[in-house]
Design a protein around this ligand. Structure first.
Ligand code: NAP
Length: 288
């Protein structure tokens, strides 16, 4: 059953750039009876977020776009985001976990976590869990996380999640993206039958700013001519499809590439590993 767009609330993280920014415009452009969904874009810089808010409103022609701030490097900031969201909104129909990054060298967050894992995985994990009851109360509802085909190269060492040994930019990024797929699998299992679907996806190799943070050797797409990369709009289309398309209503626990369900890596299908990663993530974020 399709809910009217004018009744839905959508939250998009990492909406101040790249794929999330384009997805915000497309979703804010949807209409029922001439009125679009309430779209909440999340950014970390107040100035950039305010600028993007105006741009998304203009490009979509909708005034029903609002913004909140969060630095996903900080558990306290993620908790503050969830609290601010709950204060303003009574429902959450579509949660898009998209904020992601790459670091040129190993660094720890103030909470003491390896920063790639903290932003790319713990950010999705904690925000989703803090808002899960709201999503469930809004069912049918969707949770979509932007992972990456890079997860195929990811390994998971639960005894060394902060990469005290063997750190590289690529290893940390690919591990965080494997964590996105494992998180999706475990959350889909936990929410089965609740009317909430949980999916993740690879957006394609997209011309965004994400690779600018990586050392040159670590960004394979830097070696490709830009014209071979997908545009940000094309990259956003797989995310928009998973978030809004009626054809994937009820589809859960799935990893999409090019808008089609695809088998992820063998590690990403390991239910025991998904459960252990969930428990470790609960302990790290103070949940559970
Ligand atoms: N581009 C690709 O080829 C590709 C391929 C596979 C998967 N992905 C995934 O797609 C997602 C979006 O990336 P993108 O390519 O669109 O990159 P992008 O243009 O760099 O956008 C990343 C977004 O995440 C935000 N962000 C980064 N670190 C943050 C933090 N600590 N706190 C709050 N927000 C933070 C950025 O905020 P600022 O605007 O403030 O920087 C920006 O809005 C990521 O999850 C990425 O892993 C991308």
């Amino acid at each position: 059953m399709h809910k009217p767009w004018n009744e839905q609330v959508v939250l998009i993280t990492g909406a101040t750039s790249g794929i999330g920014y384009e997805a915000a415009i497309t979703i804010a452009s949807l209409r029922t009876a001439g009125v679009g969904p309430r779209v909440v874009i999340v950014g970390r810089s107040p100035e950039k977020t305010a600028r993007c808010l105006e741009e998304v409103r203009q490009a979509s022609g909708s005034e029903r776009v609002e913004s909140l701030l969060c630095d996903f490097e900080s558990l306290a900031s993620i908790r503050a985001l969830a609290a601010a969201f709950r204060h303003r909104y009574e429902r959450l129909d579509i949660l898009l976990n998209n904020a992601g990054t790459i670091y040129a060298s190993r660094r720890l967050t103030r909470d003491g976590f390896e920063a790639t894992f903290a932003v790319n995985h713990l950010g999705y994990f904690l925000l989703t869990n803090l808002l899960l009851d709201l999503v469930q109360a809004s069912a049918p509802a969707r949770i979509v996380s932007v992972a990456s085909a890079g997860h195929h190269r990811g390994t998971m060492d639960l005894a060394d999640l902060h990469f005290e040994r063997g750190y590289s930019t690529t290893a940390a990024y690919c591990r965080s993206k494997l964590a996105n797929v494992l998180f999706t699998r475990e959350l889909a299992r936990r929410t089965a039958g609740s009317g909430v679907t949980v999916t993740c996806l690879h957006p394609g190799t997209v011309s965004t700013g994400i690779w600018d943070h990586a050392p040159r050797w670590a960004g394979p797409i830097l070696w490709l001519p830009r014209k071979l990369l997908l545009s940000q709009k094309q990259g956003a289309s797989t995310l928009v499809h998973a978030a809004t398309d009626p054809s994937v209503e009820g589809v859960t626990g799935v990893y999409f590439e090019r808008k089609a369900p695809v088998r992820p890596s063998a590690l990403a299908l390991d239910d025991g590993l998904a459960a252990r990663l969930w428990a470790a993530s609960e302990a790290m974020t103070g949940l559970g």
